[in-house]
Design a protein around this ligand. Structure first.
Ligand code: ATP
Length: 305
């Protein structure tokens, strides 16, 4: 396991000028920061060690770091981890700065996306998932808050704390032990976010690359309609709807997008479109929604509207 070259340079917080807070997570604060040597901007995620230990989140943090290390810099659709360092109280992750924020904010701002926009960003997510799954990693918490935009409006997928690294010998495509014990107790045996969690994660606590395909279907639905497919007043009610595949399409929902959503939101993981594909999601790429798309060059993103 070779660490990123940059790690060898021994960085510290004093190499950066910390600016505004970009956001807060349950265990972290993310700052905009400028490298004092190059003036390049980064997002630095600062985690308080004592808090992580107290909340038994060490494994979550280690996993995020390991996944980001595996992903490296070869695929442009993921936030990149440039450096990590620590001081007695904190851990620091120096990440790509996603200047244009979260996909969720854009959907909320526009109400919903045009079909061109929804198609384009679904295609970027398909390419990202091909890369991620090809590395034997399942995200398990894919949702519009975890899809950020870079300065050119390309996606940057983030938040790998819930990810699972599958064994790479191709024998384990599916995982049953989804959480460390502390998490399992606290979160009642599901990882991810209620509205985007797949039925198999709820019913069997198992997940595979097909669980991310389910989430992709939910995100496409949300980009097209502005709403999440499974909604309810409580997590329990949302889970019931997911397990019963109980959702509706609002009037005017694009028919090709609807067909793709229907083929991704399938209870049996192996029957989801793409689930049985090998290295590329050929059956998704060949879907009618993408008929005029050049998968080798998606071109510039359409203006979000
Ligand atoms: P939780 O840990 O509770 O699931 P989270 O995963 O959103 O929350 P963080 O990864 O710490 O927590 O991110 C906190 C917020 O900071 C995010 O909601 C996002 O808006 C912002 N943020 C995170 N990473 C970046 C980044 N690379 N560029 C720009 N903003 C970011």
């Amino acid at each position: 396991m070779t660490p990123p070259v940059e790690e060898a340079r021994r960085r510290s917080a004093s190499d950066y000028r910390f600016g505004k807070v970009l956001g807060e997570g349950s265990f972290s604060t993310v700052y905009l920061a400028k490298d004092i040597h190059t003036s390049k901007e980064y997002a630095i995620k600062v985690l308080e060690k004592a808090h992580i230990i107290r909340e038994k989140k060490t494994e979550y943090v280690m996993r995020e770091k390991e996944v980001l290390r595996i992903l490296g810099s070869s695929c442009p659709y993921f936030v990149r981890l440039y450096w990590t360092f620590q001081d007695p109280e904190h851990l620091y992750f120096v990440l790509t700065y996603a200047k244009n924020g979260e996909l969720l904010k854009q959907i909320d701002k526009c109400g919903c996306f045009t079909i061109d926009c929804a198609r384009y960003y679904t295609a970027e997510m398909v390419l990202a998932l091909e890369y991620l799954h090809g590395k034997g990693i399942v995200h398990r918490d894919l949702k519009p808050e975890n899809v950020l935009f870079d300065d050119n409006w390309h996606i940057l997928i983030t938040d790998f704390g819930s990810a699972k690294i599958l064994k790479t010998d191709n024998t384990e495509k599916c995982d049953n032990d989804t959480l460390d014990k502390g998490d399992r107790k606290r979160r009642n045996s599901f990882v991810g976010t209620a509205q985007f969690v797949s039925p198999e994660m709820l019913s069997e606590s198992s997940s595979s690359h097909a669980s991310d395909l389910w989430a992709l279907g939910c995100i496409l639905y949300q980009m097209v309609s502005g709403m999440m497919p499974f909604r309810g007043r409580s997590e329990f009610l949302i889970f019931q709807k997911i397990l019963n595949l109980e959702y509706e399409y609002p009037e005017g929902f694009d028919p090709q997008a609807k067909d793709l959503v229907q083929k991704l939101l399938v209870i049996a993981p192996n029957e989801r479109l793409g689930a049985m594909d090998q290295t590329t999601y050929t059956s998704i790429r060949q879907h009618e929604l993408f008929k005029d798309l050049n998968w080798d060059d998606l071109g510039p993103p359409p203006k979000i509207s």
